[in-house]
Design a protein around this ligand. Structure first.
Ligand SMILES: *Cc1c(COP(=O)(O)O)cnc(C)c1O
Length: 344
C-alpha cells in the first residue's frame, strides 16, 4: 500500500521541549508584547472565517511587495517556506537537485519524497563554499535545480557575495537562494533574481514561526508557473491577517533581531574562551559549536533543562557539533554556565 522508500523513512521528529529552555529551533525568544497582542486579537476578530481566503492573496502579497520593494506579481506565498520548497521541487524540470553538505535537510528530504535524485557539494572544513567546485559538480551531475541557504543552516555561514553571484551566473538550472535568516544577516540577493534565480524567505525566524508563512520572490514569469502547483487556499485567513498586522510593526521585530545578533556575538566570544570549544562564525540567530563529545554534552545539557540541536549520525562534517539558538539573556547565561560546568 505504501512505497518501500517511504516505509524506509523516519517521520520528521522534533524532541519534546515542555519545561525546557528551548534553544533548538531558531525561534525568536521574545514573546509578542502585550499591547500588540490585544491589537492583533482585534484584527483577527474581523476576519471572515466562514469564507475561504482570497485565492490570490492579493492584499498580503501587496503588503509583502511594499515591504520588500518587489513586484506583487513576483511573489508567491507558502504555508511556511518548507511548502515553497515543496512547490519548487514539484514544478521544476526533472533531474537532480543539488545541495551543499552540511546544509538544510528539508531540500533533500522533500526531493526524496518525490523520487528526485540529490547531488551534494561538500563544504570545506571551515564550512566555506567554493563556487568552482559547486559548478563543476552541478555540471557533472546535470543538476536542474539548486538550493543555497544564505546564511547556511546549520553552520551559520554567510558565503561571500561573489561566491553566490558566480554560482548564479554559472549555473544552468534553477537556483533558489534561501534567505530564512535575512533579518540577522542583513544581506539580500534580490539583485541576482533572474529567469533562473529566485529568493525564498520566511517570517518564521524573525518571530512569527507559529503563523507558518513563507514566500518566494522571483520573476513574475517564474512565479506564474510555480503558482500552478500551489494548493488552493494554502495559507489560512488568520495567518494572512496576522502577517499583515505584524508587518505594520516590523521595525519592532527588526530591533529584536538586532538585539539577538548582539547577544549572539557576546555569547560567541564567551564560548570561544572555554577550552575545547570551537565556535564557528555565524550570521544567523544561532551558533554552531564543536565540543569534545557532542552526544554526551547534548545529554548533559538536557539533564540541566536545556534543549539544543545535536547531530548524532553526522557523517557530513558535523561530528560533535551542537547548534544553539540564541535565547533570552537569562537563557543564554544559563546555557553558558551549564556548558562550562559540563566541560570542566
Ligand atoms: C527554518 C528554515 C526554513 C523553514 O522555514 P519555515 O518557513 O518555518 O518552513 C527554510 N530554510 C532554512 C534555511 C531554514 O533554516
Amino acid at each position: 500500500m505504501i512505497r518501500n522508500d517511504i516505509r524506509a523513512l523516519k517521520a520528521y521528529q522534533t524532541p519534546a521541549s515542555e519545561g525546557l529552555i528551548k534553544l533548538d529551533a531558531m525561534e525568536n525568544p521574545f514573546p509578542l508584547p502585550h499591547a500588540l497582542r490585544k491589537a492583533l486579537a482585534d484584527r483577527l476578530a474581523e476576519v471572515s472565517i466562514h469564507r475561504y481566503p482570497d485565492p490570490t492573496y492579493a492584499d498580503l502579497r501587496r503588503k509583502i511587495a511594499a515591504h520588500c520593494k518587489w513586484d506583487p506579481e513576483g511573489i508567491l506565498l507558502g504555508n511556511g517556506s518548507d511548502e515553497i520548497i515543496q512547490m519548487i521541487l514539484l514544478a521544476a524540470d526533472a533531474g537532480p537537485c543539488i545541495v551543499v553538505e552540511p546544509g538544510f535537510v528539508m531540500y533533500s528530504l522533500i526531493a526524496k519524497w518525490m523520487k528526485r535524485p540529490v547531488a551534494t557539494v561538500p563544504l570545506k572544513n571551515d564550512f566555506s563554499l567554493d563556487s568552482d567546485t559547486f559548478l563543476r559538480i552541478a555540471s557533472r551531475e546535470k543538476a536542474r535545480l539548486a538550493f543555497l541557504a544564505c546564511p547556511n543552516n546549520p553552520t551559520g555561514t554567510l558565503w561571500p557575495k561573489e561566491v553566490i553571484s558566480d554560482i548564479a551566473k554559472g549555473f544552468r538550472g534553477l537556483l533558489l537562494i534561501d534567505e530564512a535568516y535575512f533579518a540577522y544577516s542583513g544581506r539580500t540577493h534580490t539583485e541576482l533574481i533572474a529567469e533562473n534565480v529566485a529568493i525564498i524567505r520566511t517570517f518564521s525566524k524573525i518571530g512569527w514561526a507559529g503563523l507558518r508563512l513563507g514566500y518566494l520572490l522571483g520573476m513574475p514569469s517564474l512565479i506564474r508557473e510555480i503558482n500552478k502547483v500551489r494548493l488552493p487556499y494554502n495559507v489560512n485567513s488568520l495567518s494572512c491577517a496576522a502577517a499583515g498586522f505584524l508587518l505594520e510593526h516590523h521595525a519592532l521585530f527588526q530591533r529584536q533581531a538586532d538585539e539577538i545578533r548582539a547577544m549572539r556575538d557576546a555569547l560567541a566570544r564567551k564560548l570561544a574562551e572555554i577550552p575545547g570549544v570551537v565556535v564557528y562564525p555565524s550570521h544567523a540567530n544561532f551558533l554552531l559549536i564543536r565540543v569534545p563529545d557532542g552526544e554526551k554534552t547534548f545529554k548533559a545539557l538536557l539533564d540541566r533543562g536545556i534543549l539544543v540541536k545535536a547531530f548524532p549520525q553526522a557523517n557530513d562534517g558535523l561530528r560533535d557539533c551542537l547548534r544553539v539558538t540564541i535565547g533570552l539573556p537569562k537563557e543564554n547565561e544559563r546555557f553558558l554556565r551549564s556548558l562550562k560546568e559540563i566541560l570542566s
